[in-house]
Design a protein around this ligand. Sequence first.
Ligand code: MET
Length: 502
Amino acid sequence: PRADRGAFAGRTAFIFAAIGSAVGLGNIWRFPAVAYENGGGAFILPYLVALLTAGIPLLFLDYAIGHRWRGSAPAAWRRFRRWTEFIGWWQVLICVIIAIYYALILAWATNYTIFSFTKSWGEDPGAFFGEYTQAIGGADATLTMDIVPTVMLSMVLVWLAVVVVMALGVHKGIARSAVVFIPLLILMFVILVITALTLPGATVGLDAFFRPNWEALTHPGVWVAAYGQIFFSLSVAFGIMLTYSSYLKKKTDLTGSGLVVGFANSSFEILCGIGVFSALGFMAQAQGVAVDEVVAAGVGLAFIAFPAIINEAPAGALIGVLFFGSLVLAGFTSLVSIVEVIIAAFQDKFGLSRLPATLGVCLPLAIVSVVLFSTTSGLPLLDVLDKWVNEYGIVAAALVSCIVVVYLVRGMPTLRDHLNFRGTFPVGRIWLLSVAVVAPVVLGVSLILSTYERFTAGATYEGYPGWFVLVFGWLMAIALVVVGVVLSLLPWPATSNLHKND
Ligand code: MET
Protein backbone atom coordinates (compact mmCIF):
# COMPACT_ATOMS: atom_id res chain seq x y z
CA PRO A 1 0.00 0.00 0.00
CA ARG A 2 1.05 3.58 -0.60
CA ALA A 3 1.35 4.60 3.00
CA ASP A 4 2.63 7.95 1.94
CA ARG A 5 -0.35 9.20 0.00
CA GLY A 6 -2.92 10.92 2.14
CA ALA A 7 -6.59 10.04 2.45
CA PHE A 8 -9.77 11.68 3.60
CA ALA A 9 -11.22 9.86 6.59
CA GLY A 10 -14.65 9.96 5.05
CA ARG A 11 -17.09 11.48 2.69
CA THR A 12 -17.95 14.43 4.94
CA ALA A 13 -14.32 15.46 5.21
CA PHE A 14 -14.03 15.32 1.44
CA ILE A 15 -17.22 17.36 0.91
CA PHE A 16 -15.99 20.08 3.28
CA ALA A 17 -12.62 20.22 1.55
CA ALA A 18 -14.28 20.36 -1.87
CA ILE A 19 -16.66 23.12 -0.80
CA GLY A 20 -13.68 24.93 0.70
CA SER A 21 -12.00 24.87 -2.67
CA ALA A 22 -15.07 25.86 -4.65
CA VAL A 23 -16.13 28.69 -2.37
CA GLY A 24 -13.56 31.39 -2.94
CA LEU A 25 -12.98 34.85 -4.25
CA GLY A 26 -15.00 33.89 -7.33
CA ASN A 27 -18.14 33.61 -5.24
CA ILE A 28 -17.67 36.77 -3.25
CA TRP A 29 -16.30 39.27 -5.69
CA ARG A 30 -16.86 37.78 -9.13
CA PHE A 31 -20.36 36.36 -9.13
CA PRO A 32 -22.36 39.42 -7.96
CA ALA A 33 -20.97 41.69 -10.68
CA VAL A 34 -21.14 39.03 -13.41
CA ALA A 35 -24.79 38.29 -12.62
CA TYR A 36 -25.66 41.98 -12.47
CA GLU A 37 -24.04 42.76 -15.80
CA ASN A 38 -25.53 39.77 -17.57
CA GLY A 39 -29.25 40.06 -17.08
CA GLY A 40 -29.66 40.45 -13.31
CA GLY A 41 -32.47 38.19 -12.16
CA ALA A 42 -32.68 36.66 -15.63
CA PHE A 43 -29.06 35.45 -15.27
CA ILE A 44 -30.30 32.67 -13.04
CA LEU A 45 -31.46 30.80 -16.13
CA PRO A 46 -28.14 30.60 -18.04
CA TYR A 47 -26.41 30.14 -14.70
CA LEU A 48 -28.48 27.05 -13.83
CA VAL A 49 -28.19 25.69 -17.34
CA ALA A 50 -24.40 26.10 -17.14
CA LEU A 51 -24.31 24.43 -13.74
CA LEU A 52 -26.31 21.44 -14.95
CA THR A 53 -24.86 21.03 -18.45
CA ALA A 54 -21.20 21.82 -17.77
CA GLY A 55 -20.28 22.50 -14.16
CA ILE A 56 -21.60 19.33 -12.60
CA PRO A 57 -20.81 17.10 -15.63
CA LEU A 58 -17.16 18.25 -15.64
CA LEU A 59 -17.02 17.93 -11.89
CA PHE A 60 -18.07 14.29 -12.35
CA LEU A 61 -15.39 13.88 -15.01
CA ASP A 62 -12.72 15.19 -12.63
CA TYR A 63 -13.97 12.88 -9.89
CA ALA A 64 -14.08 9.87 -12.20
CA ILE A 65 -10.53 10.31 -13.47
CA GLY A 66 -9.04 11.07 -10.06
CA HIS A 67 -10.89 8.31 -8.27
CA ARG A 68 -10.64 5.59 -10.92
CA TRP A 69 -6.93 6.20 -11.57
CA ARG A 70 -6.13 7.21 -8.03
CA GLY A 71 -3.38 9.74 -8.36
CA SER A 72 -2.25 13.32 -8.60
CA ALA A 73 -3.12 14.93 -11.94
CA PRO A 74 -0.04 13.69 -13.88
CA ALA A 75 -0.16 10.20 -12.36
CA ALA A 76 -3.90 9.80 -12.94
CA TRP A 77 -3.77 11.06 -16.52
CA ARG A 78 -0.75 8.86 -17.22
CA ARG A 79 -2.50 5.77 -15.91
CA PHE A 80 -5.51 6.73 -17.99
CA ARG A 81 -3.33 6.71 -21.12
CA ARG A 82 0.42 7.04 -21.29
CA TRP A 83 0.21 9.97 -23.72
CA THR A 84 -2.34 12.01 -21.77
CA GLU A 85 0.11 12.67 -18.93
CA PHE A 86 0.84 16.14 -20.33
CA ILE A 87 -2.68 17.29 -19.40
CA GLY A 88 -1.88 16.53 -15.77
CA TRP A 89 1.33 18.56 -15.82
CA TRP A 90 -0.41 21.38 -17.62
CA GLN A 91 -2.96 21.44 -14.80
CA VAL A 92 -0.19 21.43 -12.20
CA LEU A 93 1.49 24.40 -13.89
CA ILE A 94 -1.79 26.32 -14.08
CA CYS A 95 -2.01 25.83 -10.31
CA VAL A 96 1.55 27.10 -9.86
CA ILE A 97 0.62 30.38 -11.55
CA ILE A 98 -2.64 30.76 -9.64
CA ALA A 99 -1.01 29.94 -6.31
CA ILE A 100 1.66 32.63 -6.58
CA TYR A 101 -0.81 35.46 -7.17
CA TYR A 102 -3.76 34.18 -5.12
CA ALA A 103 -1.57 34.61 -2.04
CA LEU A 104 -1.29 38.33 -2.78
CA ILE A 105 -5.06 38.82 -2.62
CA LEU A 106 -5.12 36.91 0.65
CA ALA A 107 -2.40 39.14 2.00
CA TRP A 108 -4.34 42.27 1.07
CA ALA A 109 -7.50 40.86 2.62
CA THR A 110 -5.59 40.02 5.81
CA ASN A 111 -4.30 43.57 6.06
CA TYR A 112 -7.68 45.08 5.28
CA THR A 113 -9.30 43.00 8.01
CA ILE A 114 -7.04 44.86 10.42
CA PHE A 115 -7.43 48.21 8.65
CA SER A 116 -11.21 47.87 9.14
CA PHE A 117 -10.93 48.56 12.86
CA THR A 118 -9.51 52.04 12.35
CA LYS A 119 -10.60 52.59 8.73
CA SER A 120 -6.96 53.22 7.91
CA TRP A 121 -7.82 53.90 4.26
CA GLY A 122 -9.10 57.35 5.20
CA GLU A 123 -11.50 59.45 3.19
CA ASP A 124 -10.46 58.21 -0.24
CA PRO A 125 -10.08 54.40 -0.32
CA GLY A 126 -9.28 54.44 -4.04
CA ALA A 127 -6.29 56.70 -3.56
CA PHE A 128 -5.22 54.70 -0.52
CA PHE A 129 -5.31 51.43 -2.44
CA GLY A 130 -3.30 53.01 -5.25
CA GLU A 131 -0.63 54.09 -2.81
CA TYR A 132 -0.82 50.89 -0.83
CA THR A 133 -0.23 48.65 -3.83
CA GLN A 134 2.44 50.90 -5.25
CA ALA A 135 3.99 52.00 -1.98
CA ILE A 136 4.68 55.52 -3.16
CA GLY A 137 1.57 56.41 -5.04
CA GLY A 138 0.80 57.63 -8.50
CA ALA A 139 0.10 55.60 -11.62
CA ASP A 140 3.68 56.11 -12.82
CA ALA A 141 4.92 54.02 -9.91
CA THR A 142 3.79 50.83 -11.67
CA LEU A 143 6.23 48.25 -12.99
CA THR A 144 8.96 48.99 -10.56
CA MET A 145 10.08 46.29 -8.18
CA ASP A 146 10.09 48.22 -4.92
CA ILE A 147 9.14 46.20 -1.89
CA VAL A 148 5.91 47.06 -0.06
CA PRO A 149 6.74 46.00 3.52
CA THR A 150 3.23 45.48 4.95
CA VAL A 151 2.20 43.39 1.96
CA MET A 152 5.39 41.37 2.21
CA LEU A 153 4.82 40.65 5.88
CA SER A 154 1.29 39.40 5.26
CA MET A 155 2.36 37.31 2.30
CA VAL A 156 4.96 35.60 4.44
CA LEU A 157 2.30 34.90 7.07
CA VAL A 158 -0.10 33.51 4.45
CA TRP A 159 2.56 31.14 3.14
CA LEU A 160 3.49 30.06 6.65
CA ALA A 161 -0.15 29.16 7.31
CA VAL A 162 -0.27 27.25 4.03
CA VAL A 163 2.87 25.30 4.95
CA VAL A 164 1.46 24.35 8.35
CA VAL A 165 -1.85 23.11 6.93
CA MET A 166 -0.21 21.26 4.05
CA ALA A 167 2.40 19.63 6.29
CA LEU A 168 -0.39 18.27 8.48
CA GLY A 169 -1.62 16.36 5.46
CA VAL A 170 -4.76 15.66 3.54
CA HIS A 171 -7.05 14.79 6.40
CA LYS A 172 -5.54 16.52 9.42
CA GLY A 173 -4.57 19.61 7.48
CA ILE A 174 -6.83 20.19 4.49
CA ALA A 175 -10.04 18.55 5.65
CA ARG A 176 -9.87 19.63 9.29
CA SER A 177 -9.14 23.23 8.43
CA ALA A 178 -12.09 23.22 6.02
CA VAL A 179 -14.35 21.65 8.65
CA VAL A 180 -13.54 24.60 10.92
CA PHE A 181 -13.23 27.41 8.37
CA ILE A 182 -16.26 26.70 6.19
CA PRO A 183 -18.90 26.80 8.95
CA LEU A 184 -17.13 29.86 10.38
CA LEU A 185 -17.20 31.49 6.96
CA ILE A 186 -20.90 30.77 6.56
CA LEU A 187 -21.64 32.13 10.02
CA MET A 188 -19.67 35.32 9.40
CA PHE A 189 -21.18 35.82 6.00
CA VAL A 190 -24.73 35.30 7.22
CA ILE A 191 -24.18 37.93 9.91
CA LEU A 192 -22.73 40.21 7.24
CA VAL A 193 -25.75 39.68 4.98
CA ILE A 194 -28.18 40.37 7.82
CA THR A 195 -26.29 43.54 8.75
CA ALA A 196 -26.19 44.64 5.12
CA LEU A 197 -29.90 43.96 4.65
CA THR A 198 -30.72 46.37 7.46
CA LEU A 199 -28.80 49.25 5.86
CA PRO A 200 -30.91 52.00 4.35
CA GLY A 201 -30.98 51.53 0.59
CA ALA A 202 -30.42 47.77 0.73
CA THR A 203 -33.65 47.10 -1.12
CA VAL A 204 -32.59 49.46 -3.90
CA GLY A 205 -29.49 47.32 -4.38
CA LEU A 206 -31.42 44.07 -4.28
CA ASP A 207 -33.91 45.41 -6.73
CA ALA A 208 -31.10 46.31 -9.14
CA PHE A 209 -29.51 42.89 -8.66
CA PHE A 210 -32.63 40.78 -9.13
CA ARG A 211 -34.51 42.86 -11.69
CA PRO A 212 -34.65 40.49 -14.66
CA ASN A 213 -33.53 41.68 -18.04
CA TRP A 214 -34.88 38.83 -20.17
CA GLU A 215 -33.63 40.40 -23.34
CA ALA A 216 -30.07 39.68 -22.15
CA LEU A 217 -30.67 35.99 -22.74
CA THR A 218 -30.57 36.54 -26.49
CA HIS A 219 -26.90 37.59 -26.27
CA PRO A 220 -24.37 34.74 -26.62
CA GLY A 221 -21.94 36.66 -24.42
CA VAL A 222 -24.29 36.28 -21.47
CA TRP A 223 -24.27 32.51 -21.85
CA VAL A 224 -20.50 32.44 -22.17
CA ALA A 225 -20.26 34.51 -18.98
CA ALA A 226 -22.50 32.03 -17.17
CA TYR A 227 -20.36 29.07 -18.22
CA GLY A 228 -17.17 30.95 -17.36
CA GLN A 229 -18.47 31.75 -13.90
CA ILE A 230 -19.50 28.15 -13.27
CA PHE A 231 -16.15 26.67 -14.35
CA PHE A 232 -14.15 29.06 -12.23
CA SER A 233 -16.44 28.87 -9.25
CA LEU A 234 -16.58 25.09 -9.07
CA SER A 235 -12.78 24.74 -9.53
CA VAL A 236 -13.30 22.18 -12.31
CA ALA A 237 -10.84 21.03 -14.94
CA PHE A 238 -7.56 22.19 -13.46
CA GLY A 239 -6.66 19.29 -11.29
CA ILE A 240 -8.15 20.22 -7.94
CA MET A 241 -11.21 17.99 -7.83
CA LEU A 242 -9.27 15.25 -9.58
CA THR A 243 -6.62 15.33 -6.86
CA TYR A 244 -9.12 15.52 -3.99
CA SER A 245 -11.16 12.58 -5.28
CA SER A 246 -8.02 10.45 -5.44
CA TYR A 247 -7.94 10.60 -1.64
CA LEU A 248 -11.40 9.05 -1.29
CA LYS A 249 -12.00 5.47 -0.30
CA LYS A 250 -12.76 3.15 -3.16
CA LYS A 251 -16.39 2.58 -2.27
CA THR A 252 -17.57 6.15 -2.27
CA ASP A 253 -20.68 7.74 -3.71
CA LEU A 254 -19.03 10.22 -6.07
CA THR A 255 -22.05 11.62 -7.90
CA GLY A 256 -24.10 12.24 -4.75
CA SER A 257 -21.14 14.10 -3.23
CA GLY A 258 -20.71 16.12 -6.40
CA LEU A 259 -24.30 17.30 -6.29
CA VAL A 260 -23.88 18.42 -2.68
CA VAL A 261 -20.73 20.38 -3.55
CA GLY A 262 -22.25 21.93 -6.66
CA PHE A 263 -25.42 23.12 -5.00
CA ALA A 264 -23.69 24.27 -1.82
CA ASN A 265 -21.33 26.40 -3.87
CA SER A 266 -24.13 27.98 -5.89
CA SER A 267 -26.24 28.65 -2.81
CA PHE A 268 -23.35 30.48 -1.19
CA GLU A 269 -22.79 32.38 -4.41
CA ILE A 270 -26.36 33.69 -4.44
CA LEU A 271 -26.01 34.67 -0.79
CA CYS A 272 -22.92 36.65 -1.81
CA GLY A 273 -24.95 38.45 -4.46
CA ILE A 274 -27.53 39.42 -1.85
CA GLY A 275 -24.94 40.66 0.66
CA VAL A 276 -22.84 42.57 -1.83
CA PHE A 277 -25.78 44.28 -3.54
CA SER A 278 -27.46 45.25 -0.26
CA ALA A 279 -24.24 47.04 0.62
CA LEU A 280 -23.90 48.60 -2.84
CA GLY A 281 -27.52 49.77 -2.66
CA PHE A 282 -26.72 51.48 0.62
CA MET A 283 -23.76 53.26 -0.89
CA ALA A 284 -25.68 54.32 -4.01
CA GLN A 285 -28.40 55.82 -1.85
CA ALA A 286 -25.91 57.51 0.50
CA GLN A 287 -24.17 59.12 -2.46
CA GLY A 288 -27.42 59.87 -4.26
CA VAL A 289 -26.39 57.99 -7.41
CA ALA A 290 -27.76 54.99 -9.34
CA VAL A 291 -26.62 51.52 -8.30
CA ASP A 292 -25.04 51.18 -11.72
CA GLU A 293 -22.43 53.76 -10.77
CA VAL A 294 -21.16 51.94 -7.71
CA VAL A 295 -20.98 48.38 -9.07
CA ALA A 296 -17.46 47.02 -9.23
CA ALA A 297 -15.93 43.60 -9.60
CA GLY A 298 -12.80 41.96 -8.28
CA VAL A 299 -10.08 44.03 -6.70
CA GLY A 300 -12.11 47.23 -7.11
CA LEU A 301 -15.12 45.84 -5.28
CA ALA A 302 -13.19 44.47 -2.34
CA PHE A 303 -10.51 47.08 -1.80
CA ILE A 304 -12.14 50.27 -3.04
CA ALA A 305 -15.95 50.00 -3.00
CA PHE A 306 -16.22 48.11 0.29
CA PRO A 307 -13.95 50.45 2.26
CA ALA A 308 -16.12 53.32 1.00
CA ILE A 309 -19.21 51.50 2.25
CA ILE A 310 -17.51 50.79 5.57
CA ASN A 311 -16.69 54.49 5.92
CA GLU A 312 -20.33 55.48 5.67
CA ALA A 313 -22.23 52.59 7.20
CA PRO A 314 -23.33 52.39 10.81
CA ALA A 315 -21.34 49.49 12.33
CA GLY A 316 -18.85 49.95 9.49
CA ALA A 317 -15.98 48.32 11.36
CA LEU A 318 -18.09 45.23 11.95
CA ILE A 319 -18.99 45.03 8.26
CA GLY A 320 -15.31 45.41 7.41
CA VAL A 321 -14.09 42.66 9.68
CA LEU A 322 -16.84 40.30 8.49
CA PHE A 323 -16.29 41.06 4.83
CA PHE A 324 -12.49 40.92 4.74
CA GLY A 325 -12.44 38.06 7.23
CA SER A 326 -14.74 36.15 4.87
CA LEU A 327 -12.40 36.85 1.97
CA VAL A 328 -9.49 35.49 3.99
CA LEU A 329 -11.29 32.28 4.97
CA ALA A 330 -12.81 31.66 1.54
CA GLY A 331 -9.52 32.43 -0.18
CA PHE A 332 -7.39 30.36 2.16
CA THR A 333 -9.33 27.12 1.67
CA SER A 334 -9.12 27.69 -2.09
CA LEU A 335 -5.39 28.44 -2.04
CA VAL A 336 -4.80 25.26 -0.08
CA SER A 337 -6.59 23.22 -2.76
CA ILE A 338 -4.48 24.77 -5.51
CA VAL A 339 -1.23 24.06 -3.68
CA GLU A 340 -2.35 20.47 -3.04
CA VAL A 341 -2.45 19.79 -6.79
CA ILE A 342 1.25 20.68 -6.97
CA ILE A 343 2.30 18.85 -3.81
CA ALA A 344 0.42 15.69 -4.82
CA ALA A 345 2.16 15.65 -8.20
CA PHE A 346 5.60 16.20 -6.66
CA GLN A 347 4.93 13.55 -4.06
CA ASP A 348 3.79 10.97 -6.64
CA LYS A 349 6.63 11.69 -9.00
CA PHE A 350 9.37 11.19 -6.43
CA GLY A 351 7.59 8.91 -3.96
CA LEU A 352 8.15 11.40 -1.16
CA SER A 353 6.41 11.51 2.17
CA ARG A 354 4.28 14.47 3.17
CA LEU A 355 6.75 16.79 4.88
CA PRO A 356 9.53 16.79 2.28
CA ALA A 357 6.94 17.10 -0.48
CA THR A 358 5.31 20.05 1.28
CA LEU A 359 8.58 21.86 1.86
CA GLY A 360 9.94 21.00 -1.57
CA VAL A 361 6.92 22.64 -3.19
CA CYS A 362 6.01 25.42 -0.78
CA LEU A 363 9.41 26.97 -0.18
CA PRO A 364 10.21 27.77 -3.82
CA LEU A 365 6.60 28.73 -4.45
CA ALA A 366 6.51 31.04 -1.44
CA ILE A 367 9.81 32.67 -2.37
CA VAL A 368 8.73 33.37 -5.95
CA SER A 369 5.32 34.54 -4.80
CA VAL A 370 6.67 36.88 -2.12
CA VAL A 371 9.49 38.26 -4.25
CA LEU A 372 7.32 38.94 -7.30
CA PHE A 373 4.17 40.14 -5.63
CA SER A 374 5.07 42.14 -2.56
CA THR A 375 6.45 44.75 -4.88
CA THR A 376 4.97 47.78 -6.56
CA SER A 377 4.34 45.61 -9.64
CA GLY A 378 2.20 43.12 -7.77
CA LEU A 379 -1.16 44.39 -9.00
CA PRO A 380 -0.42 44.61 -12.75
CA LEU A 381 1.27 41.23 -12.63
CA LEU A 382 -1.72 39.69 -10.91
CA ASP A 383 -4.05 41.28 -13.45
CA VAL A 384 -2.31 39.86 -16.49
CA LEU A 385 -1.49 36.43 -15.08
CA ASP A 386 -5.06 35.99 -13.86
CA LYS A 387 -6.65 36.95 -17.17
CA TRP A 388 -4.41 34.69 -19.28
CA VAL A 389 -4.23 31.73 -16.96
CA ASN A 390 -8.02 31.67 -16.86
CA GLU A 391 -8.60 32.00 -20.58
CA TYR A 392 -5.67 30.12 -22.05
CA GLY A 393 -5.01 27.91 -19.08
CA ILE A 394 -8.21 26.77 -17.43
CA VAL A 395 -10.58 27.17 -20.37
CA ALA A 396 -8.13 25.70 -22.88
CA ALA A 397 -7.19 22.80 -20.60
CA ALA A 398 -10.87 22.01 -20.00
CA LEU A 399 -11.52 21.98 -23.74
CA VAL A 400 -8.53 19.73 -24.43
CA SER A 401 -9.53 17.36 -21.61
CA CYS A 402 -13.04 16.93 -23.00
CA ILE A 403 -11.84 16.29 -26.55
CA VAL A 404 -9.11 13.90 -25.45
CA VAL A 405 -11.34 11.87 -23.14
CA VAL A 406 -14.37 11.69 -25.39
CA TYR A 407 -13.00 11.50 -28.92
CA LEU A 408 -9.36 10.49 -28.82
CA VAL A 409 -9.39 7.98 -26.00
CA ARG A 410 -13.10 7.16 -26.09
CA GLY A 411 -12.91 6.78 -22.33
CA MET A 412 -16.42 7.84 -21.38
CA PRO A 413 -17.97 4.34 -21.01
CA THR A 414 -15.30 3.29 -18.48
CA LEU A 415 -15.67 6.50 -16.53
CA ARG A 416 -19.46 6.27 -16.60
CA ASP A 417 -19.36 2.73 -15.21
CA HIS A 418 -16.96 3.87 -12.53
CA LEU A 419 -19.24 6.71 -11.43
CA ASN A 420 -22.30 4.48 -11.47
CA PHE A 421 -20.64 1.71 -9.47
CA ARG A 422 -21.35 3.45 -6.17
CA GLY A 423 -22.97 6.67 -7.24
CA THR A 424 -26.43 7.39 -5.89
CA PHE A 425 -27.13 9.61 -8.88
CA PRO A 426 -26.75 7.58 -12.08
CA VAL A 427 -25.08 9.25 -15.05
CA GLY A 428 -25.86 8.33 -18.62
CA ARG A 429 -26.70 9.92 -21.90
CA ILE A 430 -27.15 13.47 -20.61
CA TRP A 431 -23.76 13.37 -18.95
CA LEU A 432 -22.17 12.10 -22.15
CA LEU A 433 -23.89 14.79 -24.19
CA SER A 434 -22.71 17.50 -21.79
CA VAL A 435 -19.06 16.44 -21.80
CA ALA A 436 -18.95 15.50 -25.49
CA VAL A 437 -20.90 18.36 -27.02
CA VAL A 438 -22.18 21.15 -24.77
CA ALA A 439 -19.00 21.82 -22.76
CA PRO A 440 -16.57 21.70 -25.73
CA VAL A 441 -18.81 23.95 -27.84
CA VAL A 442 -19.20 26.55 -25.11
CA LEU A 443 -15.52 26.41 -24.16
CA GLY A 444 -14.48 26.69 -27.82
CA VAL A 445 -16.80 29.62 -28.48
CA SER A 446 -15.64 31.43 -25.38
CA LEU A 447 -11.99 30.94 -26.36
CA ILE A 448 -12.64 32.30 -29.84
CA LEU A 449 -14.65 35.25 -28.57
CA SER A 450 -12.06 36.31 -26.02
CA THR A 451 -9.18 35.91 -28.47
CA TYR A 452 -11.07 37.99 -31.03
CA GLU A 453 -11.68 40.63 -28.40
CA ARG A 454 -8.01 40.57 -27.41
CA PHE A 455 -6.84 41.27 -30.94
CA THR A 456 -9.45 43.80 -31.96
CA ALA A 457 -9.57 45.86 -28.79
CA GLY A 458 -6.79 48.11 -30.06
CA ALA A 459 -4.78 49.22 -27.04
CA THR A 460 -2.98 46.56 -25.02
CA TYR A 461 -4.74 44.92 -22.14
CA GLU A 462 -5.59 47.49 -19.43
CA GLY A 463 -3.01 49.80 -20.99
CA TYR A 464 -0.05 47.77 -19.73
CA PRO A 465 3.12 47.84 -21.88
CA GLY A 466 3.06 45.44 -24.82
CA TRP A 467 6.12 43.50 -23.69
CA PHE A 468 4.58 42.99 -20.28
CA VAL A 469 1.39 41.46 -21.70
CA LEU A 470 3.43 39.41 -24.17
CA VAL A 471 5.69 37.94 -21.51
CA PHE A 472 3.31 37.39 -18.61
CA GLY A 473 0.22 36.77 -20.73
CA TRP A 474 0.91 35.02 -24.02
CA LEU A 475 4.36 33.55 -23.42
CA MET A 476 3.39 32.42 -19.94
CA ALA A 477 0.29 30.61 -21.28
CA ILE A 478 2.26 28.95 -24.08
CA ALA A 479 5.05 27.99 -21.69
CA LEU A 480 2.58 26.12 -19.51
CA VAL A 481 1.69 23.81 -22.40
CA VAL A 482 5.25 23.38 -23.63
CA VAL A 483 6.70 22.72 -20.18
CA GLY A 484 3.77 20.40 -19.47
CA VAL A 485 4.59 18.32 -22.53
CA VAL A 486 8.30 18.26 -21.66
CA LEU A 487 7.59 17.13 -18.09
CA SER A 488 5.34 14.38 -19.40
CA LEU A 489 8.24 13.02 -21.46
CA LEU A 490 10.58 12.69 -18.48
CA PRO A 491 10.84 9.22 -16.96
CA TRP A 492 9.37 8.53 -13.53
CA PRO A 493 12.02 7.50 -10.99
CA ALA A 494 11.86 3.96 -9.64
CA THR A 495 10.95 5.43 -6.25
CA SER A 496 7.85 7.14 -7.64
CA ASN A 497 4.30 6.23 -6.71
CA LEU A 498 3.41 5.48 -10.29
CA HIS A 499 3.65 1.72 -10.14
CA LYS A 500 2.60 1.20 -6.57
CA ASN A 501 -0.88 -0.13 -6.06
CA ASP A 502 -3.13 0.43 -3.15
N1 MET B 1 -13.33 28.20 -7.03
C1 MET B 1 -12.48 29.26 -6.63
C2 MET B 1 -13.25 30.53 -6.44
O1 MET B 1 -14.43 30.58 -6.64
C3 MET B 1 -11.45 29.55 -7.64
C4 MET B 1 -10.71 28.38 -8.04
S1 MET B 1 -9.70 27.80 -6.78
C5 MET B 1 -8.56 29.09 -6.87
O2 MET B 1 -12.65 31.52 -6.08
